[in-house]
Unconditional design. Structure first.
Length: 295
DNA sequence: GACCAGGTAGCAA
DNA sequence: TTGCTACATGGT
Protein backbone atom coordinates (compact mmCIF):
# COMPACT_ATOMS: atom_id res chain seq x y z
CA UNK A 1 0.00 0.00 0.00
CA UNK A 2 2.87 2.36 0.73
CA UNK A 3 5.64 2.42 -1.81
CA UNK A 4 6.91 5.87 -0.79
CA UNK A 5 8.67 6.60 2.45
CA UNK A 6 10.07 9.86 3.83
CA UNK A 7 11.47 11.26 7.04
CA UNK A 8 10.48 14.72 8.16
CA UNK A 9 12.61 16.53 10.69
CA UNK A 10 11.23 19.52 12.58
CA UNK A 11 13.24 22.44 13.93
CA UNK A 12 11.67 22.00 17.34
CA UNK A 13 10.00 19.21 19.23
CA UNK A 14 6.92 17.54 17.81
CA UNK A 15 4.53 15.39 19.84
CA UNK A 16 2.53 13.47 17.26
CA UNK A 17 0.23 11.71 19.69
CA UNK A 18 -0.84 14.78 21.63
CA UNK A 19 -1.14 16.88 18.50
CA UNK A 20 -3.42 14.43 16.74
CA UNK A 21 -5.36 13.35 19.83
CA UNK A 22 -6.05 16.73 21.41
CA UNK A 23 -9.39 17.31 19.70
CA UNK A 24 -8.10 19.51 16.89
CA UNK A 25 -8.63 16.99 14.11
CA UNK A 26 -10.79 13.89 13.73
CA UNK A 27 -9.39 12.80 10.39
CA UNK A 28 -6.74 10.37 11.66
CA UNK A 29 -7.08 6.90 13.11
CA UNK A 30 -4.72 4.79 15.11
CA UNK A 31 -3.54 1.86 13.10
CA UNK A 32 -4.13 -0.49 16.01
CA UNK A 33 -6.64 0.08 18.75
CA UNK A 34 -8.94 2.84 19.75
CA UNK A 35 -8.03 6.49 19.79
CA UNK A 36 -7.87 8.31 23.10
CA UNK A 37 -6.77 5.26 25.03
CA UNK A 38 -3.38 4.53 26.54
CA UNK A 39 -0.72 3.60 24.08
CA UNK A 40 2.98 4.34 23.85
CA UNK A 41 3.73 5.31 20.26
CA UNK A 42 0.80 4.62 17.95
CA UNK A 43 0.97 4.76 14.17
CA UNK A 44 -1.66 7.02 12.57
CA UNK A 45 -3.34 6.65 9.23
CA UNK A 46 -5.48 8.87 7.08
CA UNK A 47 -6.74 8.93 3.54
CA UNK A 48 -7.61 12.12 1.69
CA UNK A 49 -7.82 13.98 -1.59
CA UNK A 50 -5.01 16.01 -2.97
CA UNK A 51 -5.13 17.38 -6.50
CA UNK A 52 -8.03 15.04 -7.28
CA UNK A 53 -6.14 11.99 -6.16
CA UNK A 54 -6.85 9.82 -3.16
CA UNK A 55 -3.78 9.69 -0.95
CA UNK A 56 -3.16 7.19 1.81
CA UNK A 57 -0.77 8.12 4.60
CA UNK A 58 0.77 6.34 7.57
CA UNK A 59 2.59 8.39 10.16
CA UNK A 60 4.87 7.34 12.99
CA UNK A 61 6.99 9.29 15.43
CA UNK A 62 10.68 8.39 15.09
CA UNK A 63 12.30 10.81 17.53
CA UNK A 64 11.34 13.85 19.60
CA UNK A 65 11.45 16.02 16.47
CA UNK A 66 10.91 13.71 13.52
CA UNK A 67 8.28 11.53 11.90
CA UNK A 68 8.26 8.84 9.26
CA UNK A 69 5.74 9.28 6.45
CA UNK A 70 4.62 6.35 4.37
CA UNK A 71 2.33 6.98 1.44
CA UNK A 72 1.14 5.73 -1.93
CA UNK A 73 1.91 9.16 -3.44
CA UNK A 74 4.95 11.40 -3.32
CA UNK A 75 2.92 14.35 -2.10
CA UNK A 76 1.96 12.44 1.03
CA UNK A 77 5.00 14.19 2.44
CA UNK A 78 3.68 17.65 1.49
CA UNK A 79 0.34 16.90 3.12
CA UNK A 80 2.03 15.96 6.39
CA UNK A 81 4.27 19.04 6.28
CA UNK A 82 1.25 21.25 5.81
CA UNK A 83 -0.83 19.47 8.44
CA UNK A 84 1.83 19.66 11.13
CA UNK A 85 3.30 23.02 10.20
CA UNK A 86 6.79 21.92 9.24
CA UNK A 87 7.69 25.21 7.55
CA UNK A 88 5.23 27.71 8.97
CA UNK A 89 6.70 28.44 12.38
CA UNK A 90 9.20 27.59 15.07
CA UNK A 91 7.41 26.15 18.05
CA UNK A 92 9.86 27.42 20.66
CA UNK A 93 9.29 31.01 19.53
CA UNK A 94 5.54 30.52 19.74
CA UNK A 95 5.84 29.09 23.24
CA UNK A 96 8.17 31.85 24.42
CA UNK A 97 5.69 34.41 23.16
CA UNK A 98 2.64 33.05 24.98
CA UNK A 99 4.52 32.32 28.21
CA UNK A 100 5.98 35.81 28.20
CA UNK A 101 2.55 37.37 27.70
CA UNK A 102 0.87 35.15 30.25
CA UNK A 103 -0.78 36.78 33.23
CA UNK A 104 -0.82 33.53 35.16
CA UNK A 105 2.61 32.08 34.59
CA UNK A 106 1.76 29.08 36.71
CA UNK A 107 -0.78 27.39 34.51
CA UNK A 108 0.41 28.34 31.04
CA UNK A 109 3.99 27.39 31.79
CA UNK A 110 2.82 24.13 33.31
CA UNK A 111 0.68 23.33 30.27
CA UNK A 112 3.48 24.08 27.82
CA UNK A 113 5.98 22.09 29.88
CA UNK A 114 3.62 19.15 30.06
CA UNK A 115 3.07 19.07 26.28
CA UNK A 116 6.12 20.78 24.77
CA UNK A 117 5.56 19.20 21.35
CA UNK A 118 1.88 20.06 20.99
CA UNK A 119 1.28 21.83 17.68
CA UNK A 120 -1.73 23.32 15.93
CA UNK A 121 -2.84 21.26 12.96
CA UNK A 122 -3.75 22.67 9.58
CA UNK A 123 -6.37 20.39 8.06
CA UNK A 124 -8.52 20.78 4.93
CA UNK A 125 -11.44 23.14 5.27
CA UNK A 126 -14.53 21.14 4.37
CA UNK A 127 -13.80 18.11 6.58
CA UNK A 128 -12.92 20.46 9.43
CA UNK A 129 -16.13 22.42 8.96
CA UNK A 130 -18.32 19.31 9.02
CA UNK A 131 -16.36 17.77 11.92
CA UNK A 132 -16.88 20.80 14.11
CA UNK A 133 -20.54 21.13 13.18
CA UNK A 134 -20.76 17.61 14.61
CA UNK A 135 -18.79 18.60 17.70
CA UNK A 136 -21.49 20.57 19.52
CA UNK A 137 -22.61 19.03 22.81
CA UNK A 138 -20.47 15.97 22.10
CA UNK A 139 -17.45 14.35 23.68
CA UNK A 140 -14.26 14.28 21.65
CA UNK A 141 -14.37 10.48 21.37
CA UNK A 142 -17.86 10.53 19.91
CA UNK A 143 -17.05 13.28 17.42
CA UNK A 144 -14.31 11.04 16.13
CA UNK A 145 -16.80 8.20 15.83
CA UNK A 146 -19.25 10.37 13.87
CA UNK A 147 -16.51 11.45 11.48
CA UNK A 148 -15.50 7.84 10.92
CA UNK A 149 -19.14 6.97 10.24
CA UNK A 150 -19.33 9.70 7.60
CA UNK A 151 -16.10 8.53 5.99
CA UNK A 152 -17.19 4.91 5.77
CA UNK A 153 -20.63 5.64 4.37
CA UNK A 154 -19.88 8.46 1.91
CA UNK A 155 -16.11 8.67 1.40
CA UNK A 156 -13.98 7.05 -1.27
CA UNK A 157 -12.64 3.66 -0.36
CA UNK A 158 -9.00 2.83 -0.89
CA UNK A 159 -8.19 -0.84 -0.60
CA UNK A 160 -4.83 -2.48 -0.97
CA UNK A 161 -2.93 -5.39 0.55
CA UNK A 162 -5.75 -6.24 2.92
CA UNK A 163 -6.15 -2.83 4.50
CA UNK A 164 -9.13 -0.61 3.86
CA UNK A 165 -9.19 3.17 4.28
CA UNK A 166 -11.84 5.78 3.66
CA UNK A 167 -11.32 9.42 2.80
CA UNK A 168 -13.57 12.05 4.32
CA UNK A 169 -16.24 12.66 1.66
CA UNK A 170 -16.05 15.66 -0.63
CA UNK A 171 -18.96 18.09 -0.50
CA UNK A 172 -20.19 16.48 -3.70
CA UNK A 173 -20.11 13.00 -2.20
CA UNK A 174 -21.70 14.11 1.05
CA UNK A 175 -24.45 15.96 -0.80
CA UNK A 176 -26.06 12.58 -1.45
CA UNK A 177 -26.73 12.11 2.25
CA UNK A 178 -30.20 12.64 3.67
CA UNK A 179 -31.13 13.78 7.17
CA UNK A 180 -32.58 10.34 7.91
CA UNK A 181 -29.37 8.60 6.88
CA UNK A 182 -27.25 10.90 9.00
CA UNK A 183 -29.45 10.29 12.00
CA UNK A 184 -28.80 6.61 11.51
CA UNK A 185 -25.11 7.47 11.75
CA UNK A 186 -25.89 8.95 15.20
CA UNK A 187 -25.42 12.59 14.28
CA UNK A 188 -28.57 13.50 16.16
CA UNK A 189 -29.90 17.03 15.63
CA UNK A 190 -26.69 17.91 13.74
CA UNK A 191 -27.87 15.81 10.79
CA UNK A 192 -29.94 18.67 9.40
CA UNK A 193 -27.09 21.14 9.80
CA UNK A 194 -24.69 18.88 7.91
CA UNK A 195 -27.12 18.36 5.03
CA UNK A 196 -27.87 22.08 4.84
CA UNK A 197 -24.24 23.20 5.07
CA UNK A 198 -23.06 20.62 2.54
CA UNK A 199 -25.68 21.88 0.09
CA UNK A 200 -24.47 25.45 0.54
CA UNK A 201 -20.79 24.63 0.32
CA UNK A 202 -19.08 24.77 -3.06
CA UNK A 203 -15.69 23.15 -2.64
CA UNK A 204 -14.20 24.74 -5.77
CA UNK A 205 -15.40 28.25 -5.13
CA UNK A 206 -15.36 28.68 -1.39
CA UNK A 207 -12.39 30.73 -0.29
CA UNK A 208 -11.79 32.01 3.20
CA UNK A 209 -11.53 35.82 3.31
CA UNK A 210 -8.13 37.01 4.49
CA UNK A 211 -9.36 39.11 7.38
CA UNK A 212 -10.20 37.08 10.48
CA UNK A 213 -13.43 38.91 11.06
CA UNK A 214 -14.67 38.49 7.50
CA UNK A 215 -13.64 34.83 7.51
CA UNK A 216 -15.53 34.23 10.73
CA UNK A 217 -18.60 35.95 9.33
CA UNK A 218 -18.53 33.92 6.12
CA UNK A 219 -18.32 30.64 8.05
CA UNK A 220 -21.22 31.62 10.30
CA UNK A 221 -23.51 31.69 7.27
CA UNK A 222 -23.54 27.90 7.36
CA UNK A 223 -26.16 26.14 9.44
CA UNK A 224 -24.87 24.81 12.74
CA UNK A 225 -21.92 27.19 12.71
CA UNK A 226 -21.82 29.73 15.50
CA UNK A 227 -18.85 31.63 16.87
CA UNK A 228 -17.18 28.69 18.57
CA UNK A 229 -17.43 26.29 15.63
CA UNK A 230 -16.33 29.01 13.20
CA UNK A 231 -13.30 29.73 15.36
CA UNK A 232 -12.32 26.06 15.45
CA UNK A 233 -12.48 25.94 11.66
CA UNK A 234 -10.35 29.09 11.39
CA UNK A 235 -7.74 27.77 13.79
CA UNK A 236 -7.52 24.10 12.74
CA UNK A 237 -8.56 24.38 9.10
CA UNK A 238 -7.60 27.94 8.19
CA UNK A 239 -4.24 28.44 9.83
CA UNK A 240 -5.40 31.53 11.74
CA UNK A 241 -3.37 31.14 14.93
CA UNK A 242 -4.69 34.29 16.56
CA UNK A 243 -8.18 32.80 16.95
CA UNK A 244 -9.39 31.43 20.29
CA UNK A 245 -12.40 29.08 20.31
CA UNK A 246 -14.09 29.32 23.69
CA UNK A 247 -15.92 26.22 24.85
CA UNK A 248 -16.88 24.88 28.27
CA UNK A 249 -13.27 23.91 29.06
CA UNK A 250 -11.79 27.30 28.22
CA UNK A 251 -14.68 28.98 30.01
CA UNK A 252 -13.94 27.12 33.24
CA UNK A 253 -10.19 27.66 32.83
CA UNK A 254 -10.81 31.39 32.52
CA UNK A 255 -13.06 31.43 35.58
CA UNK A 256 -10.43 29.61 37.57
CA UNK A 257 -7.16 31.05 36.27
CA UNK A 258 -7.86 34.20 34.23
CA UNK A 259 -10.63 36.17 35.97
CA UNK A 260 -9.62 39.32 34.08
CA UNK A 261 -10.81 37.69 30.83
CA UNK A 262 -14.07 36.40 32.25
CA UNK A 263 -17.47 37.51 31.02
CA UNK A 264 -21.02 36.21 30.64
CA UNK A 265 -20.37 36.21 26.93
CA UNK A 266 -18.03 33.52 25.57
CA UNK A 267 -17.51 35.71 22.55
CA UNK A 268 -16.18 38.48 24.76
CA UNK A 269 -13.87 36.03 26.55
CA UNK A 270 -12.56 34.96 23.16
CA UNK A 271 -11.81 38.50 22.02
CA UNK A 272 -10.13 39.46 25.31
CA UNK A 273 -8.01 36.32 25.14
CA UNK A 274 -7.11 37.00 21.51
CA UNK A 275 -6.28 40.61 22.17
CA UNK A 276 -4.05 39.76 25.09
CA UNK A 277 -2.07 36.87 23.58
CA UNK A 278 -1.92 38.28 20.06
CA UNK A 279 -0.68 36.36 17.01
CA UNK A 280 -0.32 33.01 18.81
CA UNK A 281 -3.40 33.20 21.02
CA UNK A 282 -4.76 30.02 19.43
CA UNK A 283 -1.74 28.09 20.70
CA UNK A 284 -2.35 29.41 24.20
CA UNK A 285 -5.90 28.14 23.88
CA UNK A 286 -4.73 24.72 22.63
CA UNK A 287 -2.29 24.24 25.51
CA UNK A 288 -4.86 25.25 28.10
CA UNK A 289 -7.59 23.13 26.51
CA UNK A 290 -5.50 19.98 26.35
CA UNK A 291 -4.06 20.55 29.81
CA UNK A 292 -7.49 21.04 31.39
CA UNK A 293 -8.92 18.01 29.65
CA UNK A 294 -6.09 15.70 30.61
CA UNK A 295 -6.09 16.58 34.31
C1' DG B 1 -33.06 9.28 36.31
C1' DA B 2 -30.70 13.52 36.29
C1' DC B 3 -26.78 15.68 34.29
C1' DC B 4 -23.34 16.66 30.90
C1' DA B 5 -20.67 16.69 26.49
C1' DG B 6 -15.29 21.38 22.27
C1' DG B 7 -23.12 24.99 21.08
C1' DT B 8 -26.51 26.75 17.91
C1' DA B 9 -31.07 28.21 16.06
C1' DG B 10 -35.16 30.35 16.85
C1' DC B 11 -37.87 33.21 19.26
C1' DA B 12 -39.41 36.78 22.89
C1' DA B 13 -38.59 40.86 25.34
C1' DT C 1 -28.70 43.16 21.41
C1' DT C 2 -29.49 39.78 25.37
C1' DG C 3 -31.83 35.73 27.46
C1' DC C 4 -34.21 31.66 27.38
C1' DT C 5 -35.08 26.70 25.51
C1' DA C 6 -35.16 22.64 22.47
C1' DC C 7 -32.25 19.77 20.36
C1' DA C 8 -30.10 13.63 19.68
C1' DT C 9 -27.38 10.56 21.78
C1' DG C 10 -24.62 7.95 25.03
C1' DG C 11 -21.87 7.80 29.26
C1' DT C 12 -21.54 8.41 34.34
Amino acid sequence: MYDKEYDIKFDNTLDLKNTIESGQTFLWNRENGEMFSDSQNPAYTTCRYYQDECVSIRLTQTSSNSVKVQSNKTFGKNIVEKTLGRHQYKLDEVQDSIIQKDTNNGIMKEAVNKYPGLRIVNEPLFPTLISFICSTQMRVERIHQMVNNLKEKYGSKLENAGSVRYAFPTADQLSKATVEELRELKLGYRAGYVVNTTGMFNEEEFDLPTSTEEARKSLKQFKGVGTKVADCVLLYGGGLWNVVPVDTWIKSAVEEHYPEFDSDSNEEIARKFEEHFGDFAGFAQAYIFHYMRSE
